[in-house]
Design a protein around this ligand. Structure first.
Ligand code: SF4
Ligand code: SF4
Length: 286
């Protein structure tokens, strides 16, 4: 089984649109939305829900008031300021466990808390693993890893898992990249786009992940697109395609139309050409 992640150095580059086009072209893959912070692949895939499971991705301290002797040790040692008058603020508690360790009366314990839900669904393109974070919960690499495990299990006989990855360079991104066969990094022609591209490529290189690049909306700044092309060439990284800005894409997304409608646009045709190159890099046969 091969695994492809579509990722970017920051959000809003169009990676989900590109992922949806790949999915509509392939139609024989297991699908994964690992962008748990801002999941929106489902809007283009129109999934039928099969199962939801609570995900406990964090720990929080809880005080047993019957055992507490009001000594104040826990409040004094909590570096996050999460304890006031022997009451724990769950939004400040980081679950570090220091209060458990310093309490002389064994009055504090850590409890697992629900930070999200993992979801498995059926789509016309293949089985789909995704997730929903609880309001206020931090996106965690643990939740991304859980969604990826679900996708691998759903893959069954499929040869490929297509992953819409987390953007940026934090732990959720590392969990998205971990163990994949290829990362397609989507960038856009701006100075910050180039900076973010350099950062994520460094992360991919650090973890030994093969990466290729495509530029979305390249015609918005041909000069900066060429600068990005020059950077890729100097780093010996394949620039597998340039996608034009296409207002039709925005309209299809806004109307939540099925993913295959994206393929009939100018941008969709450029994405199809990229898909053929990515497929061959993954050694996928027809
Ligand atoms: S677990 Fe850590 S952050 Fe949470 S209340 Fe205890 S000391 Fe503070
Ligand atoms: S350290 Fe333990 S006994 Fe002391 S105030 Fe905190 S919970 Fe109560």
């Amino acid at each position: 089984m091969r695994q492809l992640v579509i990722t970017s150095g920051k959000g809003g580059t169009g990676k989900t649109t590109i992922t949806a086009c790949f999915i509509a072209l392939e139609r024989r893959a297991a699908l994964c939305d690992a962008d748990v912070d801002a999941p929106n692949l489902h809007l283009l895939l129109h999934p039928d829900l099969l199962k939801e499971e609570e995900f406990r991705g964090a720990r929080r301290a809880v005080i047993d008031r019957d055992k507490c002797q009001d000594c104040g040790e826990c409040e004094e040692h909590c570096r996050y300021g999460a304890i006031t008058n022997q009451t724990i603020d769950p939004f400040r508690c980081e679950g570090c466990g220091v209060c458990v360790w310093v309490c002389p009366n064994e009055a504090i314990k850590l409890e697992d808390v629900v930070t999200g839900v993992t979801i498995t669904s059926r789509t016309q393109y293949g089985p789909f693993a995704h997730a929903r974070l609880e309001i206020g919960a931090e996106a965690s690499g643990k939740l991304v890893s859980a969604v990826r495990r679900n996708a691998e299990q759903l893959a069954g006989g499929e040869d490929l898992v297509i992953i819409d990855g987390s953007p940026g360079i934090g732990c959720a991104v590392i969990a998205s990249l971990s163990g994949v066969d290829l990362a397609l990094v989507v960038t856009e022609p701006s100075v910050s786009g180039l900076h973010d591209l350099e950062r994520i490529l460094k992360v991919a290189r650090h973890f030994g992940i093969e990466a290729v690049v495509c530029i979305n909306k390249h015609d918005l700044s041909p000069e900066l697109s060429d600068l990005i092309g020059g950077y890729c060439s100097s780093e010996h990284i394949d620039l597998v395609g340039r996608i034009p800005f296409d207002p039709q894409v925005l309209e299809i997304i806004r109307q939540e139309k099925p993913a295959e409608q994206l393929l009939a646009t100018d941008a969709g045709r450029a994405i199809e050409a990229i898909w053929q190159k990515v497929r061959s890099r993954l050694f996928l046969t027809a």
